[in-house]
Write a protein of this length. Structure first.
Lengths: 420, 420
C-alpha cells in the first residue's frame, strides 16, 4: 500500500511557507504521493481568493503536490470547525490517505491531542461547563476556551495550564490543528496526523516580514499595488509567474472590493428576514447588516461599522459570501445531518499521479467528479445541489475579474481538470 | 376653480422639445397651474434615468412646471398601457386637474379618439378578433393592431384606413396618447385632453438632430462622451446647468451599464423559476435570460443576444429592472386588482404652487406623501409596499453613481421635497 500524504490548504497564494511545509513533510514522511485539499474560489476567512482556483491548482502542482482536490464551496467558507471537519472527511473518505501534515503556532502535538480528545469525546462535565458559559452570554469560542480550562483543571492529570490553553486556542493554525485532530478521532480514521512547526509570521500578520510572510500580508501587498520586487521574495518563482500571468490576463487580483456593487445590491434588495436566514447570521445581526449597507458606501467602511466583539471581521466577511452564494443556515444543517462533503472534486494532478488516481476510483467512498459536465449523472440530490453551489461560486467569482472579457459564466465547465 | 394643466413626462433630461410642449400648452390653455407626473429613477423604457429624479425635478421646476409628482416605481417601468393608465389615474385622482396635454406623432385627435373608444369600450366583436389574432401566435401589440383594423373595417362609419391605423399604432407617442385618451374615457374623468403636435425627431431617434433632438439621442450623446457644445443646442440653458452639476458631483450619467455587475449577479444567482416570476417574463424567456447572462460579459451583448421579434430591447430592459427591483407579475396583478397607484408623491414645487397644494389636500382622493419619512403613518399595506419599492429603487439606483461617495442608501429620506 502506498504512503499517501494529505494536506489541507488554501494556497492563496502558494508561498514559501507552504513550500517549506510541503518539503518538511515530504522529508519527514517520505510519502509516495501528496494530495492537497484546497478551497475553491472563496476561502475560509470569507473572502474571494486573490486568483482563481485553477491558477492556484497550477501553483500547487508546479510546487510539488501530486493531486489537488476541492473542498465543496458549502464548506470552504465556514468556521474553522466546519471547514476542518469537511477537509479531513474528504481525505479520510478518499480511502488512500495514510498521513496528514499540518502547521501550528503551538508545536507540542501531545498537548494539542489532549484538548482535541476533550473536543472529540465531549464528556458530560465539559458539555455542562460549556453550556454554563454560553448562558453567561460569552461568544462560542470564548465559552469553549473557558470550558476547556475549567474541565482540564478538574482532571486529576490536568497537566495543561490555563495560560497554555489560552495560547493554543488563540492561534488560528492551532485551532485548525485541534479540529483536524478532533475529526480524525471522531471518524476513527486511520490517518496519522503529523505536526510540522510553522516558520515565520503568524497566519494573520498584516504586513510582510521577509521570506516567510503570511498569505494575508502577501495579498495585502498585491492588492495595494506594491512592487513585484517586494512581493517576489515571499513566493516561489513559479508561484510568482502564475500570479503575474493571472493578473496580466485581468483575472486578478480579486478581493471583496471586487464585488462591492453586487454585495451592496444584494443586501439592499433583501429583507431583514432573508438576511436572517443566511448562514452565520443570528440574533439581530441582520438589522446591523441592513443598516450599514445603507449607511456605508464601501465594503471596508461597512465591515468596520458592522464589527463588534461578537461579530468579527472574518465572520462578517463569511456572512457576505453566504449572502452572495445564498448559503443558508438550514441548508448547511441539512447537509450536515445527511451527508457532509459528498464528492471528491479533482481540480488537477500531475503525470506521476495517474496510478494513484486509478487506485482512488476503487478506494474512495465518495463519487469522484473529474469532468464537471458529467456531475448530473450522479443522480443524488445532495451531490447535485452541493455541486451546483460550486458552479454558482465560479459564475459569480468571474464577475469580479478586472478584465470584462474574462467574466464569462460556465467556467466550471470550460476550464477542465488541470494536468501537468 | 383654477384651471390646472397636467403633463405626463420623464424629462430624461428636460430638453427643448419638452419646453416647446410646455410653452405651447400654456399658450393654448392659459392654465393657472401646471402639474407634471414624472417617472422616478427608472423609466418606461426599462432604463435607469440618466440623472436622478431630484435633479430632473429641479429641471422641470426651473423650466416652468409648478408641481412635480412621481409615478410610483411599480408603474414607471411598465408597458405603455400600464404606465399611461397609472399616470392618468394620478392626475385624475388629484381632483384638481382640468386639462391634460400630450404630444403625438399623429396630429388628428379625432382619429385617435375613435381608436381610443374601441380600446376603452372593448366591444365583444373587437375582443373576439383580438383573441383570434392572439391564438394565431401574434404578439399582443400586433394582434391588437390587426383587431382594430378588422373591427374598424366592419363598422358602417369605419372611416379610418388600415394604413392610417398602422401609422398611429407604430408611433411611440401616438400609442401613449391613445392610452391617455382610453384611460380618461374609462375613468369617465372630467380632464380635457389636448393634443400638441410634436416638433423634431421621433421619440426613438438614436442620433441628435439639432435643436429638437429626442431624449434618447441626447442621452446617447452624453453617455458616449460627446462634447457639451454638441449637446447644448438641444437643451434649455438651465437643464444643461443642472445636468452638468449632477455629472460633476459624480451622480451621473447613469445607464444600464452602470449596474452591470449587479444585474449579471442577480440573474446568475437566480433560478429559472425565480426569473419566470419577474414581471414581463413569459413562455420560457427565463431560459434565454439565464443562458445569455452566463454566455455574455456585457449588458449590450446580453440584450442583443436575448432579443427576438417577440422580445424587444425595451421589454428585455424592463425585465432587467424588474429583476433588479424584484417586481413580480403577481404583485403587479394584485396592485392592479386592489388599488392602482395609491398615493400622490410630491417631488417638488415652486413658490407659486403653495395655494394649489393647499387645495390638493382637500381634493385628492389619494393620500399625499411629501415627507417620505412619514410614509409609514399611512397604515395601509398597499401604500407601504408600493412606496417601499420607491425606496428600494433609490437605494439601488445610488449604487450606479460614478462617485463612490454618492452611493449612500436612504436618499429617499435625506433628499427632501424640492422647493424653488
Amino acid at each position: 500500500m502506498p504512503k499517501v500524504l494529505g494536506i489541507v490548504a488554501e494556497y492563496n497564494p502558494f508561498h514559501k511557507g507552504h513550500l517549506y511545509h510541503l518539503k518538511k513533510s515530504v522529508q519527514l514522511l517520505q510519502p509516495d504521493y501528496t494530495i492537497a485539499v484546497m478551497s475553491g474560489n472563496f476561502t475560509q476567512r470569507g473572502e474571494p481568493a486573490i486568483i482563481d482556483k485553477w491558477a492556484r491548482t497550477q501553483m500547487a502542482l508546479e510546487n510539488g503536490i501530486d493531486v489537488v482536490l476541492e473542498i465543496p464551496t458549502l464548506y470552504a467558507c465556514q468556521t474553522a470547525e466546519l471547514f476542518a471537519t469537511a477537509a479531513v472527511k474528504i481525505l479520510d473518505q478518499a480511502g488512500i490517505v495514510t498521513h496528514m501534515s499540518f502547521g501550528s503556532e503551538y508545536h507540542n502535538i501531545k498537548d494539542l491531542d489532549k484538548i482535541a480528545m476533550i473536543l472529540a469525546e465531549e464528556p458530560l462535565a465539559f458539555r455542562e461547563l460549556l453550556k454554563l458559559n454560553l448562558d453567561k452570554g460569552l461568544s462560542f469560542p470564548l465559552a469553549r476556551l473557558k470550558a476547556i480550562q475549567q474541565y482540564n483543571s478538574n482532571l486529576q492529570d490536568g497537566s495543561l495550564s490555563s495560560d497554555l490553553i489560552d495560547l493554543i486556542l488563540t492561534g488560528s493554525n492551532s485551532i485548525l490543528a485541534l479540529e483536524y485532530l478532533k475529526t480524525i478521532k471522531k471518524l476513527k480514521s486511520t490517518i496519522q496526523p503529523v505536526l510540522i512547526p510553522r516558520l515565520g509570521s503568524s497566519y494573520n500578520a498584516a504586513n510582510m516580514e521577509g521570506e516567510f510572510s503570511s498569505a494575508t500580508s502577501i495579498r495585502n501587498a498585491i492588492l495595494s499595488g506594491k512592487s513585484w520586487e517586494s512581493i517576489a521574495s515571499a513566493l516561489p518563482d513559479i508561484s510568482l509567474k502564475i500570479l503575474k500571468a493571472s493578473i496580466n490576463q485581468g483575472r486578478g487580483p480579486i478581493s471583496l472590493k471586487s464585488f462591492e456593487q453586487l454585495l451592496f445590491g444584494i443586501i439592499r434588495q433583501a429583507s431583514p428576514e432573508e438576511i436572517a436566514s443566511w448562514m452565520d447570521v443570528e440574533e439581530g445581526l441582520e438589522n446591523r447588516i441592513k443598516r450599514y449597507a445603507l449607511e456605508c458606501t464601501s465594503i471596508e467602511e461597512f465591515l468596520s461599522k458592522c464589527k463588534t466583539k461578537r461579530y468579527t471581521y472574518t465572520r462578517l466577511q463569511r456572512v457576505l459570501i453566504h449572502g452572495l452564494l445564498r448559503i443558508k443556515t438550514n441548508d448547511v444543517a441539512r447537509f450536515q445531518r445527511r451527508c457532509g462533503p459528498s464528492y471528491l472534486r479533482i481540480l488537477g494532478f500531475n503525470s506521476k499521479a495517474t496510478d494513484i488516481l486509478k487506485n482512488l476510483k476503487k478506494t474512495s467512498k465518495l463519487p469522484i467528479i473529474t469532468k464537471p459536465a458529467h456531475y448530473y449523472r450522479h443522480k443524488t440530490k445532495d451531490i447535485n445541489s452541493m455541486f451546483e453551489l460550486d458552479i454558482l461560486a465560479s459564475n459569480l467569482y468571474a464577475l469580479g475579474f478586472p478584465n470584462p472579457e474574462q467574466r464569462l459564466g460556465g467556467q466550471e465547465f470550460t476550464q477542465g481538470v488541470l494536468m501537468i
